[in-house]
Design a protein around this ligand. Structure first.
Ligand code: EPU
Length: 416
């Protein structure tokens, strides 16, 4: 099994370019099949989650072509058939196909989606949305049969601002008759990206990026060309790395306002950075102070950067408190982080108390999930000696060319 091997302690200089957003691309691709013509999506990241979606597209008989970072999808000959369980379970985003197929054909059969095991991750809000729009959902264990004689616009209030439920309901409502109003929706930039994409194809969606989204259904979606936004979590991960090891390290092609919560926390800890329109340049310091973090839906501090910021907090003077409010099981990286020399106590899987500064030492560690893996990788870059990371398939699901991007700026990191 491949592993990532890191010799820690090297300063990083130069430029790192951010790729297209995973969580945006993985929604845009399934949404594309709502269209009956050819769709082109640019700035597609080169990550294994995209390969998994391409596999599903091909299974559904879509014609696809990926050249450089542009994915062309022709859904004119698509067949509405049940996606095999092992394909659905490879990633969370497989359930966006459930929505496009339901919107397009008023019938879909689908297995529960996969995704990192960072908590329970139910899909009740998505199903509530389908039902409100007029579908009958039959649950057979982990399999869903969803039928609608007619999809009809309505008002839906989400119990929590779920990213997945917002995107799923938006996709179906585009093909429903009349007006749908979704309240208490998620406001993440990925949602705005998906809404813009659908609007470019002829959908009528208003309010994406606010608490309420209004969708007026349309019959036909036409061809379109669309660009994936920069990955704010990848950007945040490299900004954290630059705060620890950067020597004039520039992180390029990002949208700083998308990571405002992270930037504020790093500045509060003492990081000095030069924030420009689409880049951030950082010279790391050596006297950071502890800060407290609470994860929240956007624009709060993203849960997806909670694990990557832990290694940074081990290098801050004093005690930092991190509260995870989105997922029940997002501290799996702490066990190995402590083995590397950190002093972190976790209470009820909700709150971590990080006492710094603690030097870190290289060890053999495991990526328990995508962002947990990124966290271990950052520990390895900072630590004295050699770190090897197992289970790197998680990291490669979400970080485009990470070893190459880091080696180019001076890290000693490779896949072995
Ligand atoms: N929730 C429910 N019921 C639902 C939907 C969500 O209880 O029907 C709960 C979840 O259990 C969770 C919270 O609401 O506690 C938020 O879940 P959300 O639906 O917002 O998350 P998601 O759509 O499953 C996306 C990203 C995650 C990211 C979250 C939060 C994708 C493919 N995944 O997940 O990304 O953590 O939003 O921002 O877009 C990652 O990239 O590492 C990752 C896990």
């Amino acid at each position: 099994m491949p592993k990532i091997k890191i010799e820690g302690g090297h300063k990083l200089t130069g430029e790192i370019e951010i790729s297209g957003s995973k969580n945006s691309a993985v929604a845009l691709i399934p949404a594309a099949i709502l269209c009956d013509e050819v769709v082109k999506i640019s700035n597609i990241p080169n990550i294994s989650d995209i390969d998994s979606l391409e596999e599903i597209l091909t299974y559904l008989n879509a014609q696809i072509d990926r050249q450089d970072n542009i994915l062309t999808i022709d859904s004119s000959k698509i067949i509405n058939k049940e996606i095999p369980e092992e394909m659905s379970q490879k990633l969370r985003a497989s359930y966006y196909f459930m929505s496009s197929l339901l919107g397009k054909y008023k019938h879909v059969e689908m297995y529960f989606p996969g995704g990192c095991s960072i908590g329970e991750r139910p899909i009740d809000q998505t199903l509530k949305g389908y039902r409100a729009l007029g579908a009958v959902v039959t649950e057979e264990g982990n399999r869903y049969i969803i039928d609608a004689e007619e999809l009809k616009g309505t008002k839906i209030y989400l119990d929590m601002p779920s990213v997945g439920a917002t995107i799923n309901i938006m996709i179906v409502a585009v093909k429903a008759k009349g007006k749908t109003i979704i309240e208490n929706v998620a406001k993440e930039p990925e949602i705005v990206n998906v809404a813009t994409f659908l609007n470019n194809m002829g959908a009528k969606i208003q309010g994406a990026g606010t608490n309420v989204i209004t969708i007026t259904g349309v019959d036909y979606l036409h061809k379109s060309f669309h660009e994936v936004i920069p990955d704010r979590i990848e950007a945040g991960t490299y900004v954290i790395i630059a705060s620890l090891l950067g020597e004039n390290l520039k992180i390029k092609n990002l949208i700083p306002s998308h990571i405002e919560a992270l930037i504020s926390k790093l500045i509060e800890a003492g990081v000095q950075m030069n924030v420009e329109e689409d880049s951030i340049t950082i010279n790391s310091g050596n006297k950071y102070k502890a800060v407290n973090i609470k994860t929240l839906p956007y624009p709060g501090f993203p849960t997806d950067l909670q694990q990557p910021i832990i290694p940074f907090l081990t290098q801050c003077h004093g005690t930092s408190i991190v509260e995870e409010t989105i997922y029940e099981n997002r501290f799996q990286n702490i066990y190995d982080t402590n083995r590397m020399g950190a002093n972190i106590m976790v209470k009820d899987n909700k709150i971590a108390k990080i006492k710094g500064v603690t030097p870190l030492r290289g060890k053999n560690v495991t990526a328990t999930d995508l962002r947990g893996g990124a966290s271990m990788l950052i520990c390895g870059l900072v630590a004295d000696g050699i770190t090897t990371i197992d289970n790197i398939k998680y990291i490669l699901r979400g970080y485009d060319d990470i070893c190459h991007k880091l080696s180019k700026v001076g890290a000693k990191i490779e896949i072995i």
